[in-house]
Design a protein. Structure first.
Length: 256
């Protein structure tokens, strides 16, 4: 049983990395059967290992580019995206360089430029209407978004998307629509160090996260104007103040 438990933990820890090995190969190993030092058949253990790997793989699916390049993207949005190569006329405007951070600096670790083939909702947590910068602007329309509807706790959201406390209070939730034809950068979140967070105690830092991908909309504030804007946002009165214990749940129904 200790062997079973150990392999199960290893499977959970490395499931996403093992996706590249291929699910078919994993099942071939399981079907072949392996015996441990005591002669007990470990087929059951390896079947569970394969199933855990498939669970990790199921979150992402291949997205093929026009030049033959292939990446894996979140399953929920794959059908609405097409990969854009460096030779595409819109590639540079997405600002993949600006979206990419070094280890400890945040942003995304690996940038992928994509074009939307269908409208998609995007979500952003922001500080709310009462918090404004020196120019009188709120943090509602910024460059960092997510395709995933916010859920779980506020602390959990910070961990998944590497958002330091000093950067934003994340008290409100906005939902906008990124239009068909828009070109944006997506990718897994890079780690953020305590130094980058500005935490002198060294306690606030976030590891890289290759599961919950981020969406970088370069100069989003310039993309909401009509008729040519490709980011459509409703009146901020449609936003809600989130419950830190469950950010999918509003405390207030609208901005006053």
């Amino acid at each position: 049983m200790s062997t079973f438990r150990s392999l199960f933990i290893v499977a959970c820890s490395f499931a996403r990395s093992a996706c590249s090995l291929g699910s078919v190969a994993m099942f071939r190993i399981a079907r072949g059967g392996v015996r441990d030092q005591k002669g007990h058949n470990m087929r059951r253990v390896l079947v569970v290992f394969a199933l855990v790997v498939l669970t990790g793989c199921a979150h992402r699916v291949p997205l093929h580019g026009p030049s033959g390049a292939t990446i894996e993207v979140p399953r929920a949005v794959a059908s609405a995206l097409e990969l854009v190569g460096p030779d595409d006329k819109d590639y540079a405007a997405a600002d993949a360089t600006g979206a990419t951070g070094k280890v400890g600096d945040g942003k995304v670790s690996t940038p992928y430029v994509v074009r939307l083939t269908h409208d998609l909702p995007v979500y952003r947590l922001w500080a709310g209407p009462a918090v404004r910068d020196a120019q009188g602007r709120t943090s509602r329309i910024g460059q960092w978004w997510t395709f995933d509807r916010p859920s779980g706790t506020l602390a959990g959201f910070r961990r998944r998307y590497e958002v330091c406390v000093q950067w934003d209070t994340l008290q409100w939730v906005a939902q906008c629509t990124i239009r068909r034809g828009a070109v944006v950068v997506i990718g897994p979140g890079q780690s953020v160090s305590a130094h980058t967070c500005g935490d002198p105690t060294g306690r606030e830092s976030y590891p890289a996260n290759d599961r919950d991908w981020q969406v970088y909309i370069h100069e989003a504030w310039n993309r909401t104007s009509t008729p040519n804007g490709d980011l459509s946002c409703p009146d901020e009165r449609r936003d809600y103040q989130d419950d830190p214990g469950n950010i999918a749940k509003p405390i207030k129904t609208s901005v006053h």
